[in-house]
Design a protein around this ligand. Structure first.
Ligand code: TPW
Length: 568
């Protein structure tokens, strides 16, 4: 358009889109409303995909998983204040999990916010975001849009990836500037993820720890999956002969049935290893903070590959910090690994003995037919289908549903399993499934506890609206963890953990045109899942699970505080 001097001008709406396009960011996950509705319309008109959600948290989760899969920041766009706050949970989760995403929210003008004059959806979003994300920026002038997006992109993906908040006041979008000037202000970020090469002496120190080890172990975290250094990571494991343990989202980096996988002997190798190489894995609660009985009584040496130097020694002393990006660090180790002696035969045979024993026990459990169907029977069916469909994305959350699925359903390719991760958050299901399906275009299966599903269930309409190839399997055991608790008072209210008995979640998706299945046996579940994946349409399988089968908080039962006063 032209201004009153007849100069060709553009505006903030267009420059935001130009900044995204210049940086190959082609998809926005969001929820419209003041002041971003026209921005979302323009994005679509200009050829970007806009995926509209029913709640901003799930849009943010989709953006986070898109970032994890592509190494480019996933983009979530929301309205101000309440919409921003709904997205903030996903931004915080992305930051904790090191997924690169940018939450872009409309906001009120600074002058009104700072005088707290009570604007529509007024909130100091920039400061509200800062404690929960890696970086937060606000753009006040149209000529800063290019640099503002460059800062946000670089912050999201460089070093340790994470969530970035970008605050766009409504007035910014309406600002104009001459087109020629505007063009110069937009640019593609150069080398946003610079390689960080580890110091040669640090590489040497790490190799020496491995040379001195009798019972070495390699621990792969989701950072190792994110790095997309798949071939070198596999080569390091296979050339060294060192057994490895994948954390849940690193499953599939090497196929879970790989002979060097120690997953089926997890407790044994964590306790017995005398040297542990951490690749993109942090010694946090998921690894008992690197100490205590999980890690056995004998001292062990830790080598830690991390891009962030101050993560080292977070929980226990690290004998060989290796600071750099995972691809560079693994590449350097690979150059010297031939000089590291293969692990002693007794270490490998001890692990294999444990594996064989535990796998035989699991096979026996899985072979048992239970009626009503239990978690094991249902997951055996899903395991068999995933084995035949290794390209399928698998999303997973719940308590028992999460713990058992992680142990039973093998993954065969990298970056195919998406779950509650570092924070143990419920509610990631439909958002992650949409993010994975939109990003990959591949069939996606979400294996959901019935409580976990409830956090994002309304996004079934989103899934149907975009006709996404997502099959949601709800493990319906009538409640949180299980469905058998009773109200001790005998009052009308059900117990805190109990849901409507025998709810029919399969009917929910039919309301939006999706295909619902109701199954009560592993055979029915297997047949329904095979059909749903083949059809590639939105589907939901309501899998009836024995309501007595679950345990409170799954494997985390011990984290529940217990009352000293005892039960009345
Ligand atoms: C945002 C948030 N709110 C509550 C919780 C606490 C929780 C952890 S696991 C879980 C659901 C377990 O029930 P579900 O039926 O899904 O699974 P299953 O045992 O397999 O039957 C809850 C509510 C968490 N982690 N995050």
């Amino acid at each position: 358009t032209t201004d009153n001097q007849n100069t060709q001008v553009t505006d903030g709406f267009h420059l935001v889109i130009d900044a995204l396009k210049a940086n190959d960011l082609d998809t926005i996950f969001g929820l419209v409303g003041i002041p971003i509705t026209d921005l979302c319309r323009l994005a679509q008109a200009e050829g970007l995909r806009f995926i509209g959600f029913r709640h901003e948290q799930h849009a943010g989760n989709a953006a986070a998983i898109a970032g994890y899969m592509t190494q480019k920041p996933g983009i979530c766009m929301t309205v101000s204040a309440p919409g921003f706050l709904n997205g903030l949970t996903a931004l915080a989760n992305a930051t904790v999990n090191c997924f690169p995403m940018i939450l872009i929210s409309g906001s009120s003008e600074r002058e009104i916010v700072d005088l707290q004059q009570g604007d529509y959806e007024e909130m100091d979003q920039l400061n509200a975001a800062k404690p929960y994300c890696k970086a937060a920026y606000r753009i006040n002038h149209i000529e800063d849009i290019g640099i503002g997006f460059a800062r946000a992109i670089r912050a999201a993906v460089s070093g340790r990836p994470g969530g970035v908040y970008l605050d766009l006041p409504a007035q910014l979008l309406a600002q104009t500037m001459p087109v020629e000037e505007a063009k110069k202000s937009i640019f593609k970020v150069i080398d946003p993820v610079p390689r960080q090469i580890p110091a040669p002496d640090a590489v040497e120190r790490a190799l020496n720890v491995l040379k001195g080890a009798k019972r070495p172990l390699i621990l792969l975290g989701k950072g190792a999956a994110y790095a997309q250094a798949d071939a070198d990571i596999r080569a390091l494991i296979e050339k060294s002969g060192i057994p490895y343990l994948p954390m849940s989202m690193a499953k599939g980096l090497l196929p879970d049935n790989h002979p060097q996988s120690a997953s089926a002997a997890r407790s044994f190798v964590l306790a017995e290893a005398d040297a542990v190489l951490l690749v993109g894995a942090r010694l946090n609660w998921l690894l008992a903070h690197g100490k205590g009985k999980t890690w056995g009584k004998d001292p062990k040496k830790f080598i830690q590959i991390d891009i962030q130097a101050n993560e080292v020694d977070s929980n226990v002393q690290i004998d060989a910090p290796l600071i750099g990006d995972i691809g560079s660090c693994v590449g350097e180790l690979l150059k010297g690994i031939a000089a590291v002696p293969k692990p002693a035969d007794e270490w490998i045979s001890a692990i294999n003995e444990k594996k064989d024993k535990n796998m035989a026990k699991m096979a026996e459990t899985l072979a048992k037919e239970a009626s009503p169907m239990n978690f094991h029977g249902a997951l055996r069916a899903i395991r068999d289908v995933i084995k035949q469909n290794p390209d399928v994305n698998l999303v997973n959350e719940g308590a028992n549903t999460l713990d058992y699925c992680r142990a039973i359903v093998d993954m065969y390719k990298p970056r195919k399993r998406f779950d509650s991760g570092t924070w143990g958050i419920m509610g990631i299901g439909m958002g992650y499934a949409i993010g994975a399906a939109v990003t990959s275009g591949l069939p996606t299966v979400a294996v959901e506890g019935d409580s976990a599903f409830g956090f994002s269930g309304m996004e079934l309409e989103t899934i149907c609206r975009y006709n996404l190839p997502i099959t949601t399997v709800v493990f319906n055991n009538n409640g949180v963890y299980r469905g058998t608790d009773v109200n001790p008072t005998g009052g009308a209210d059900v117990a805190p953990t109990v849901f409507v008995k025998n709810a029919r979640y399969d009917k929910m998706i039919e309301a939006f045109g999706g295909v619902g299945y109701y199954v009560t046996t592993p055979a029915e579940l297997e047949a329904a899942l095979i059909k749903a994946i083949a059809e590639g349409k939105p589907a939901l399988i309501n899998a009836v699970i024995d309501e007595t089968a679950g345990t409170e908080s799954g494997r985390l039962t011990n984290l529940n505080p217990s009352t000293a006063a005892g039960k009345k």
